[in-house]
Design a protein around this ligand. Structure first.
Ligand code: AMP
Length: 287
C-alpha cells in the first residue's frame, strides 16, 4: 500500500518521464479524468494497472469543454482526496497540468471530429466535443501512452475519441470499460454530489428507464420509437426531470437507428436534467 503519489504538473517533466519509460520499454496505461474521483474512475485505473507496466492518471478540469452557461466554476474538486485514492490503488503517477500551460494566451489550435459530434451530446452541448478532442489530443501528446481507458458512461465521448485516434493516426489503444453504478442503479458521476435527497431518488428514473427499454426489447419490441416513448413516460413521471434526449444508436457507427436488428450491438442513451444537475446514462445492448 502506498500513501503518496508522485504528481507532475510541468509539461517538460511529463515528456521527460514518459520518454524515459519508453526507453526502458515499459508499457504506459493512461486514464484521463476531471478528478473528484469515484469507483467508476478507479475501475479504469485498476484495469490499466492490470495491463500495463506503468499507470498514469491525469486530473484536469478542462475549461474548453464547458459552455459559458455550464458548471465549470462549481465543478467539484478535492485534489488531496483524489491523490490519496490514487496512491491507495498504487497508481504510479498523477499528471496535473495547469490551465495556463495547457492554454497559454497565444493558444490557437484545435482538433475536432465532424460527424458523430453533431448528434445527442453534440446537439445539446455544441462546443463540448471540440474541447474534449483538443484536450485529449494534448494529453495524449504529453503522455504518449500505449493504452488508454475510458468509461462507457460517456459512450459518445469514447466513440468520438476512437474516431480522432483513427483519423489522426495516434498509435494508442482505446479501451472502453463498463459503467460502475451505485447499489440502487444510479451511474456513478462526480456530479451526483449536486443532487439533494429527493433529486437523488428521482435520478433513478435514468437507470430504471434503461432497464424498461431492455425489458421491452426482450419481450420482442423492435421499433425504437415505441421503446423511447415508454422511456420518456417513465422519466417524465418525476417532477424534477427535464429530458434532453433518449436515443438508440448502433455501437460501431454511432448512428441513430429506427429498428433493432439481430446480430447488432446498440447503445440506448439518455441525457436528462434532474433539478439543475445534468446526468447521462446508457446501456449496451447485444442482439
Ligand atoms: P470524468 O472525470 O467525468 O471526465 O470521467 C473520466 C473518465 O471516467 C471518463 O472516461 C468517464 O467515462 C469515466 N467514468 C465516469 N463515470 C464512470 C462510471 N460510473 N463508470 C465507469 N467509468 C466512468
Amino acid at each position: 500500500m502506498h500513501d503518496k503519489i508522485e504528481t507532475i504538473s510541468s509539461i517538460d517533466k511529463i515528456h521527460l518521464l514518459t520518454k524515459k519509460l519508453r526507453q526502458e520499454k515499459k508499457s504506459i496505461g493512461f486514464v484521463p479524468t476531471m478528478g473528484y474521483l469515484h469507483e467508476g474512475h478507479l475501475s479504469l485505473v485498476s484495469e490499466s494497472k492490470k495491463n500495463n507496466d506503468v499507470t498514469i492518471v491525469s486530473i484536469f478540469v478542462n475549461p474548453t469543454q464547458f459552455a459559458p452557461s455550464e458548471d465549470l466554476t462549481t465543478y467539484p474538486r478535492d485534489l488531496e482526496r483524489d491523490k490519496k485514492l490514487l496512491a491507495e490503488l498504487g497508481t504510479d503517477y498523477l499528471f496535473f497540468p495547469n490551465v495556463e500551460d495547457f492554454y497559454p494566451d497565444d493558444f490557437q489550435s484545435h482538433v475536432s471530429v465532424n460527424e458523430i459530434t453533431k448528434i445527442l451530446e453534440g446537439e445539446f452541448r455544441p462546443t463540448h466535443f471540440k474541447g474534449v478532442t483538443t484536450v485529449v489530443a494534448m494529453l495524449f501528446n504529453c503522455v504518449m501512452p500505449d493504452n488508454t481507458y475510458f468509461g462507457q458512461k460517456d459512450a459518445q465521448q469514447a466513440a468520438v475519441i476512437k474516431q480522432m485516434v483513427k483519423d489522426m493516426k495516434f498509435d494508442i489503444k482505446i479501451n472502453v470499460c463498463p459503467i460502475i453504478r451505485e447499489e440502487d442503479g444510479l451511474a456513478m458521476s462526480s456530479r451526483n454530489v449536486f443532487l439533494d435527497e429527493k433529486e437523488r431518488q428521482d435520478a433513478l428514473v435514468l437507470s430504471k428507464s434503461l432497464k424498461l427499454a431492455e425489458e421491452l426489447i426482450n419481450e420482442g419490441e423492435r421499433e425504437t420509437k415505441k421503446i423511447l416513448t415508454e422511456m420518456e413516460k417513465l422519466i417524465n413521471s418525476v417532477d424534477t426531470s427535464q429530458l434532453d434526449y433518449v436515443s438508440i444508436v448502433e455501437v460501431e457507427s454511432f448512428k441513430i437507428t429506427d429498428r433493432i436488428e439481430k446480430n447488432k450491438n446498440y447503445y440506448i442513451l439518455i441525457a436528462c436534467k434532474i433539478g439543475k444537475t445534468r446526468l447521462i446514462d446508457n446501456k449496451l445492448l447485444k442482439m
